[in-house]
Write a protein that binds this ligand. Structure first.
Ligand code: GLY
Ligand code: MN
Ligand code: MN
Length: 353
């Protein structure tokens, strides 16, 4: 079944006769079209891709299952014209703006509009073999960039320079860009889970956390490694070992039939037992695909069961204010029996003299 056919199945099950897609990743997933400014209008019979003059040829080549419509800059007028017959219309209530929703509602005054943001994201959560292959490649590119970073990091470099080198390495290896604003955080900045690269220079006696990823043919990777510069104290080793043990336990716990909540609890319990529970304030992981953060997650609230084909991060951390922090993040593929770790970069305690 094509993705469009799967989508129609979902619509049929939900008694929806039309669905409007505006989120770019959902549009790309269903149609194959990777350009900008697109709206999909899908019914059980029609599949329309609305775009503008700049993208018509590209859309024809990339989205053969869709009829391509030049809707100019005003997709809502075209939508209201093509959607005259629709009674129950699904849409992405988590994406459309308030202003656009007003226009949408005016154009579909005859219809019931139903916010169903999970319809496409549920399909997207189970990756097919072509998607897994692209994610593997994105992961490999990030692994390689880490390997190159290990050869070039020096005391006195700024976090920004380190981030730039990571990006250069990945672009050279075929990435179209980074999958988010890289986190390169050293010293006490490493206690900020999302400390984006700054002009701070790396010094001896510090942790250096690097969280980065590539986009390869639309698919994201996400990796975190924390290394030490200089001579670590016992506490540095203890915190690192605790995070690594929790990360390994989290990976061991990933299996079909488990909830994200259960897996999170396994890793969290190890950090709590070591006395650092208050310093691990975020979830254990998130799915990755066309977007860097997708569902399902691994966190205290996630009830969804893991299934084969999901691709998810495992990334515990300990962050101690005014001291420093450690996070270790891999991407795993949920398999029939457990999971396969896609990230291959080393994660033993690495020390730069
Ligand atoms: N890059 C942010 C994260 O690891 O989720
Ligand atoms: Mn990350
Ligand atoms: Mn992540």
């Amino acid at each position: 079944m094509s993705r469009l056919q799967q989508m129609r199945q979902q619509m049929h099950n939900g008694n929806i006769d039309a669905y409007v897609v505006m989120r770019p990743e959902n549009g790309r997933y269903l149609s194959g079209f990777s350009g900008g400014e697109t709206t999909l209008y899908i019914t059980l019979e029609k599949a329309l891709l609305l775009t503008d003059f700049r993208y018509i040829e590209q859309a024809k080549a990339q989205a053969p299952e869709f009829e391509i419509i030049d809707a100019g800059q005003d997709h809502f007028t075209t939508l209201s014209e093509v959607g005259q017959q629709a009674q129950r219309v699904g849409f992405e209530g988590d994406f459309i703006t308030y202003v656009d929703f007003g226009k949408f509602k005016d154009g579909f005054s005859q219809a019931e509009l139903i916010s169903l943001p999970d319809l496409v994201s549920h399909l997207r959560s189970i990756k097919d073999s072509s998607e897994i292959e692209l994610i593997r490649q994105a992961v490999k590119i990030a692994d390689m960039a880490f390997d190159e970073a290990l050869k070039t990091i020096e005391i006195g470099q700024t976090e920004e320079e380190i981030g730039l080198n990571l990006e250069f390495s990945m672009r050279r290896a075929g990435a179209s860009g980074g999958s988010f604003d890289f986190i390169v955080a050293s010293g006490i900045r490493s206690a900020m889970p999302h400390g984006t690269a700054s002009s701070k220079r790396v010094q001896s006696g510090e942790f250096l956390t690097m969280d980065f990823g590539a986009i390869y043919q639309g698919y994201c990777s996400d990796i975190t490694r924390t290394v030490f510069i200089g001579d670590p104290e016992d506490k540095h080793r203890q915190v690192y070992d605790t995070v690594l043990a929790a990360q390994r336990a989290g990976i061991q716990a990933v299996a079909p039939g488990r909830t994200g909540k259960e897996v999170d609890a396994v890793a969290r319990a190890m950090i709590e037992k070591a006395g650092y529970g208050d310093y691990f304030g975020h979830g254990l992981g998130h799915s990755v695909g066309l977007a860097i953060h997708e569902g399902p997650n691994l966190n205290k609230r996630e009830e969804r069961l893991l299934e084969p084909g999901m691709v998810i991060t495992v990334e515990p951390g300990i962050y101690i204010p005014n001291w420093g922090g450690v996070r270790i993040e891999d991407i795993v593929l949920v398999t029939e029996n457990g999971c396969e770790v896609l990230t291959k970069a080393p994660k033993e305690f690495i020390i730069f003299e």
